[in-house]
Design a binder for this molecule. Structure first.
Ligand code: GLN
Length: 533
């Protein structure tokens, strides 16, 4: 195929309707028919990327293989499609303006007034088309963040309008996602918000081709006809997206609604084959009917917002399913764990995970969680800061180095078992300057890690500034905490594990970013397995 087809996904009425999941589900269906598809997210905020955002703002910061700090929707795209995304898949207003302003300073627009239209919209269009032209996907799905009508979304909507004109109606289409609320007092489903939201799009020159209606109740044919009539959309392109128990059901619901068929027809693409979703359905079957059940404690400090550890939650769903096991993941605020209550807090759990994080708040609770898991032979996984906590705890309570710490938390500690990486020492800027993305890791024989990976080499994604201090490696290994994963180029310790323990592993990298539905991450799979026994 020569021409890339572009699908734009907008949202109306309210935020949090799940544009990311609809985009990922449609992409999954097209992929299962044999098309190469990627998904891109355009975020209207002015941060250049979400790397500097507190997780409370937009949830987890997801990291791609190529080291981009991105919106968590990219995690959904990867988990659904099983193919990597990259920096090009997430663009923010900040990045658009940064590019345009840099060009202006270089003199690229010499003599001209630089304006939102055409300069900002042209840069948005360039970023959208890049994925099609450079990476040659058959279909690029671009999700526009925010809600239609927001001031900050306007340049994106205008760019979509222009692109539709440039590309032609056969090569592009707009899917608009809205809400059909149910008013229990009158027992009615209401279409007016959808009509208003489509009107808003029309005012900006865009006629949506497909409407996806979020709803708690089945939409009868009358309601669909009404929406079709008042929004100028074909009846077969009014699709309902009913609430489901898991996001992984959505591709099947969209298939039932024939969303993929409508999209292909409108883009003049041959249907090829019916989507083959057999492995996906097998995953769902296991997910819905598990034999085992375990409880895992997720110890962190952003626990009030489940999105803050999105990829960890999803990784347990994937790993649970292959193990035929329902994983109940309880978030525990590390500040709530104290020397007086830690046994009571943690004794009911089959496994303990200490989460990634930054700074010293709640660190003592994390150290207690590590100690409890270590001393009581409870399966333990420490991720990034969680691994660093495992190292500090071992130094203090096993090696007897009472003042051992990380220089992130105690700058002047006489025993910096975790220390700032050499390459980080002269960095002052905060944005995009951590050690980010995929780096190689060699895995030692006869280790827990090797048993999980079943290979001696892997590549894992990172997001950190501090590392294990190799000056301390000898005493650690002598006492039974060994480095079983090491970066072959720099010697940086990637995995620490305990020899005398059922299953105790700390990883400097983030396995949660690369777990997908059909390829759960081996460390999560083995952690769940160990927790079942
Ligand atoms: N704050 C730690 C570091 O920068 C851990 C980072 C993380 O958990 N992602 O090294």
């Amino acid at each position: 195929m020569t021409t890339t087809k572009y699908i734009f996904v907008t949202g109306g009425v309210t935020s949090s309707l799940g544009k990311g999941i609809i985009s990922a589900s449609l992409a999954k269906l097209l992929q299962a028919r044999g098309y190469s598809v990627t998904i891109q997210k355009l975020d209207p905020y002015i941060n250049v990327d979400p790397g500097t955002l507190n997780p409370y703002e937009h949830g987890e910061c997801y990291v791609t293989e190529d080291g981009a700090e991105t919106d968590l929707d990219l995690g959904h795209y990867e988990r659904f499609l099983g193919i990597p995304t990259s920096q090009a898949n997430n663009v923010t207003t900040g990045r658009i303006y940064q590019t345009v302003i840099e060009k202006e300073r270089k003199g690229d627009y010499l003599g001209k007034t630089v304006q939102v239209i055409p300069h900002i919209t042209d840069e948005i269009k360039r970023r959208i088309k890049l994925l099609g032209s450079k990476h040659k996907f058959d279909v690029v799905i671009t999700e526009i963040g925010g809600t239609v009508g927001d001031i900050e979304s306007l340049p994106y909507i205008e760019a979509v309008r222009q692109l539709r004109y440039d590309l032609g109606s056969e090569n592009s289409l707009v899917i608009h996602l809205t809400l059909v609320p149910y008013l229990s007092a009158s027992g009615e489903l209401k279409t007016k918000p959808t009509q208003h939201s489509v009107k808003e799009l029309l005012e900006n020159g865009i006629q949506p081709n497909v409407l996806v209606l979020r709803t708690e109740k089945d939409l009868a044919i009358d309601i669909r006809k009404k929406v079709a009539l008042f929004c100028n959309v074909d009846l077969d392109s009014v699709v309902q997206s009913i609430d489901v128990s898991t996001i992984y059901e959505v591709p099947l619901r969209m298939q039932e609604e024939k969303l993929d068929a409508a999209v292909l027809r409108k883009l003049s693409l041959p249907p090829k084959v019916e989507p083959d979703l057999l492995p996906w359905k097998e995953f769902l079957k296991k997910l819905h009917d598990p034999k085992h059940k375990i409880k895992i404690a997720l110890v962190g400090k952003y626990v009030e917002l489940p999105d803050a550890y999105k990829s960890i939650h999803e990784s347990f769903i994937h790993a649970g399913a292959v193990n035929d096991c329902a994983v109940e993941l309880d978030s525990i605020h590390s500040e709530d764990i104290t020397g007086d209550n830690y046994v009571k807090c943690l004794q009911q759990y089959d496994g303990i995970l200490v989460a990634p994080g930054f700074g010293g708040r709640g660190i003592d609770g994390k150290l207690l969680a590590v100690q409890y898991a270590r001393e009581n032979n409870i399966p333990f996984l420490g991720i990034c800061l969680g691994m660093q906590c495992a190292v500090i705890e071992f130094a203090r309570n096993v090696l007897g180095i009472e003042d051992a710490h990380s220089t992130e938390i105690s700058h002047k500690t006489p025993n910096p078992v975790i220390d700032l990486m050499e390459e980080q020492k002269n960095i002052v800027d905060k944005g995009g300057t951590m050690r980010l993305g995929g780096y190689p890791c060699d895995i030692k024989k006869n280790s827990i890690a090797m048993k999980a990976y079943r290979k001696n080499h892997t590549i894992e994604r990172h997001r950190h500034r501090y590392e294990f201090n190799n000056d301390y490696l000898e005493p650690f290994e002598k006492a039974g905490m060994i480095a079983t994963g090491v970066n072959p180029d720099t010697n940086l310790v990637e995995i620490m594990e305990l020899t005398e323990h059922k299953w105790f592993l700390g990883v400097q990298f983030h396995p949660e970013y690369s777990s997908t539905v059909l390829k759960p991450h081996p460390l999560f799979v083995e952690f769940v397995k160990a927790s079942i026994k």
